[in-house]
Design a protein around this ligand. Structure first.
Ligand SMILES: Nc1ncnc2c1ncn2[C@@H]1O[C@H](COP(=O)(O)OP(=O)(O)OP(=O)(O)O)[C@@H](O)[C@H]1O
Length: 232
């Protein structure tokens, strides 16, 4: 069964179409990485899947349930966790409160979810009472990923989690994602970092000008193929 299925999805802002005829299928426990140059519509696609932008045409299913037309909170209630590119952390709240605010309850145990996140990002446990706004850029990214992990999602959607992050922390992210994947979570991520994508993804899709122009299994030779689409 496809865990996420997207058929001929078209979306954009007001009357401007940004992405068109997007077809994607990801099975349970698989990881698909979307790559593409700046401004090709990757974030627009993720926001449309999450119900933050209206679907102009086509449809999206998660676990056979049509999610196009649902509100973002209804989609999140299906145990879909989304880490937006602009992070959306609350700078004046502590790290602990940021984790609590993002916790959706009922589907998992908060303390258990936190411990799962702290295995990968122990520094956050030491910083529980620190204001999130005072964290470093890399720590903020750890916090946004941890806020997703706490909910023990069935589908995890990440928008450029490695952006502006130093290599040693990026390695922690790939370890965390591979661990989450082993537990059966399906992952859809947008990335600019092809080496990171190689480490975590089973499949890749390259977008250009609002369309998917290549899609294949990730493997030997994928990096060169992907990079050939990314040259300006
Ligand atoms: N709120 C908005 N209103 C109008 N146009 C927008 C809005 N947000 C983004 N766009 C436009 O939509 C296009 C796609 O943007 P999007 O953020 O989806 O691209 P992206 O591939 O995620 O880029 P990046 O890698 O730089 O984040 C761009 O031309 C952008 O200017």
């Amino acid at each position: 069964m496809s865990f996420i299925k997207i058929n001929s999805l078209t979306s954009g802002y007001s009357n401007t179409v940004i992405i068109r005829n997007i077809d994607i299928e990801v099975n349970e426990g698989e990881v698909l990485c979307l790559l593409g140059r700046n401004g090709v519509g990757k974030t627009t696609l993720l926001k449309t899947i999450m119900g933050l932008l209206p679907t102009l045409d086509g449809e999206c299913f998660v676990m056979d349930r049509k999610v196009s037309g649902l509100k973002p909170y209804q989609i999140a209630n299906l145990r879909v966790s989304y880490a937006p590119q602009d992070m959306g952390i609350f700078p004046d709240l502590s790290v602990g409160k940021n984790l609590k605010v993002g916790y959706r309850g009922s589907t998992s145990n908060f303390e258990e979810g936190c411990e799962e996140a702290f295995v990968h990002f122990p520094i956050l446990k030491e910083r529980l009472t620190q204001r999130a706004g005072t964290l470093s850029g890399g720590e903020k990214k750890m916090l946004i990923l941890s806020r997703c992990i706490v909910n023990q999602p069935r589908l995890l959607i990440l928008d450029e989690i490695t952006e502006g992050v130093q290599p040693s922390i990026i390695d922690k992210f790939s370890d965390a994602l591979n661990d989450i994947k082993k537990k059966g979570t399906t992952i859809l991520l947008v990335e600019q970092n092809v080496s990171f994508a190689e480490k975590v993804a089973d499949f890749y899709a390259v977008m250009n000008q609002g369309e998917i122009v290549a899609m294949d299994q990730m493997g030997r030779g994928s990096k060169q193929k992907i990079e050939s689409y990314l040259v300006i």
